[in-house]
Design a protein around this ligand. Structure first.
Ligand code: GLN
Length: 548
């Protein structure tokens, strides 16, 4: 039987619940347990696919093509279990499902209500998600409940968790509550009152936390822990201090040092092998002792809001870990390049144009790509970045003046990037779209296996095939492919069914690659990702070896 750990949040949002939950999962995985994770989001949107990255941060794409909360990215970076569309659901999905059932007549004339219909549906979704990994034989499912205790919108989730715990039996669930323990100024005492209130709120709805995780700027003293323990009726050993650390990969050690895993295991009456966090310690050691520094310029739109590039930033950091380097990311707003020219790019060792949607700053990104190509700066273009690299090449090498993507200029004379109307999705089904399609769910999404052309840089990185995740609408227009290839563009990988371009390279350049997919979603700190590692290695070679 699967045991459940429910994690709620208190006082404020953005306390790092996802990282904390994932870190606990990593410890439990190191103890030989089969761990899966779920994220419950209280908003009404059916998925975060159409939400602004300003509001919601990155949309994480799973292997099976679901657009999910960015916390699922943390889960995949911390544990080896792969997430799917069943590991994340929203209030919107729950209501959608209940309303469909009601319309079908499944409730046989009953009045459909939040309790029991919505709460039952939530429980079914939790059980379905937990059973989705390890053929239903996971040992533990960690369920992260989004939002903050006390919010109206997360109440049905909390009520569902409470009801579920009742039927599970005492040794099959643990409730953990992550709260903020603030201080008014950096040296003043920590304030435990918000935590007391937040635990009271939980208890009002019938949830009695087994563990309280106290997020604070510094380690919490035992007096403060004793106070929290007394007011919240949780033993002092189970009041855990989660202090600020400079790398998220230190969090497993922070928790394990305070024996969180032992508390959880003893509540659940299990006694697996001891934890082994040596791999995490090794990673942290490498992060702290790099042998060189490089600067990569990330040319984007959401440069003040780096949450929207979460996986990418992590993937770059992982490449640093695996090349013994510290990679500093310089965020450059492409509109500043439009205004002030490419001087901003002068001291960069590498240039990266990430994925994106919408018109703003496009020409600035193209200017940056042009600069990288002509000045032989190692360049990586991801999704939109790859499409713009094709536009730049078309304009400035293939002589297709004013070439563009129809996303930005619907009447361009040379639409080198355009919508295709029909394609096969990952399950082999034909999907259709047009300019007027709904915005939600009309992208090419999910992982696809793709052959790589021999004798290319891409082949030296990936070998014969690659398996990467997609999330985009536009494609390289095959009507221009011959012209681009004749002008020297190398298409090193394309889909076998529709011949859609997946990777491009150019000749006579130290490292210039554009990929239509999102390699950042599959990078983990343990293994890194071959494309990012090769990119960073090329930058290091160019900076430190070639210049000798
Ligand atoms: N806007 C582009 C498209 O829809 C690129 C998307 C992306 O970078 N994820 O094809």
């Amino acid at each position: 039987m699967i045991k459940y750990i429910f994690i709620t949040g208190g006082v404020v949002s953005s306390l790092g619940k996802g990282v904390t939950a994932a870190s606990l999962a990593a410890i439990l995985e190191s103890r030989g347990l089969r761990v899966t994770m779920l994220k419950l989001d209280p908003y009404i949107n059916v998925d975060p696919g159409t939400m602004s990255p300003f509001q919601h941060g990155e949309v994480f794409v799973t292997e099976d093509g679901a657009e999910t909360d960015l916390d699922l990215g943390h889960y995949e970076r911390f544990i080896s279990t792969k997430m799917t569309r069943l590991n994340n659901f929203t209030t919107g999905q729950i209501y959608d499902s209940v309303i469909k059932k009601e319309r079908r007549g499944d409730y046989l004339g009953n009045t459909v209500q939040v309790i029991p219909h919505i709460t039952n549906e939530i429980q079914e979704f939790i059980v379905r998600g937990a059973n989705n990994s390890f053929e239903g034989n996971a040992d533990i499912a960690i369920v992260e409940i989004g939002g903050t205790v006390g919010d109206i919108e997360s109440l049905p989730f909390l009520e569902a968790a409470r009801q579920m715990s009742l039927s599970l039996g005492r040794s099959n669930f643990v409730f953990m509550h992550l709260t903020l323990v603030p201080s008014v100024s950096s040296f003043s005492e920590l304030k435990t009152k918000p935590t007391q209130h937040s635990v009271q709120k939980l208890r009002e709805i019938g949830i009695f936390p087994d563990v309280i995780l106290c997020r604070a700027s510094r380690r919490i003293s035992s007096e403060e822990r004793a106070k929290i323990s007394m007011f919240s009726n949780v033993p002092i050993e189970s009041v855990i201090s989660v202090w600020n650390v400079d790398s998220i990969y230190k969090v497993p050690s922070v928790l394990q040092e305070q024996r969180v895993d032992d508390i959880v295991c003893s509540t659940m009456l299990i006694n697996p092998e001891p934890a082994d966090l040596s791999i995490w310690r090794k990673l942290v050691d490498r992060i702290e002792n790099p042998s060189c520094d490089i600067d990569i310029g990330m040319i984007g739109k959401y440069t003040d809001f780096t949450e929207s590039y979460k996986s990418l930033i992590e993937a770059i950091a992982h490449a640093g870990i695996h090349t013994n380097s510290r990679v500093n990311i310089k965020y450059i707003n492409s509109e500043d390049i439009e205004k002030n020219g490419t001087d901003l790019l002068k001291n960069l060792d590498g240039i990266l144009v990430p994925g994106g949607f919408g018109n703003r700053g496009i020409e600035g990104k193209i200017m940056a790509i042009n600069y990288a190509r002509e000045n032989k700066i190692p360049f990586l273009g991801i999704c939109l970045g790859m499409q713009l690299a094709v536009v730049e090449f078309a304009r400035n090498v293939a002589g297709l003046k004013n070439a563009n993507s129809t996303e930005f200029d619907a009447s361009t004379e040379f639409p080198v990037i355009a919508l295709i109307n029909e394609w096969k999705d990952i399950s082999g089904q034909i999907e259709r779209r047009s300019i007027n399609s709904d915005k939600g769910g009309t992208l090419r999404k999910g992982a696809q296996s793709i052959f790589v052309m021999k004798n290319t840089k891409t082949h030296s990185i990936y070998g014969d095939s690659l398996y990467e995740r997609h999330r985009h609408r536009y494609e390289v227009n095959n009507n221009y492919l011959k012209c681009l290839i004749d002008s020297g563009l190398i298409v090193s990988a394309s889909t076998s069914s529709e011949n859609l371009t997946e990777v491009i390279e150019i000749k006579d350049h130290p490292w210039f690659i554009g990929v239509q997919f999102h390699p950042e979603f599959t990078s983990t700190p343990r293994n890194g990702h071959p494309l990012f590692i090769d990119y960073v290695r090329a930058i290091i070679n160019k900076k430190f070896i070639k210049s000798i």
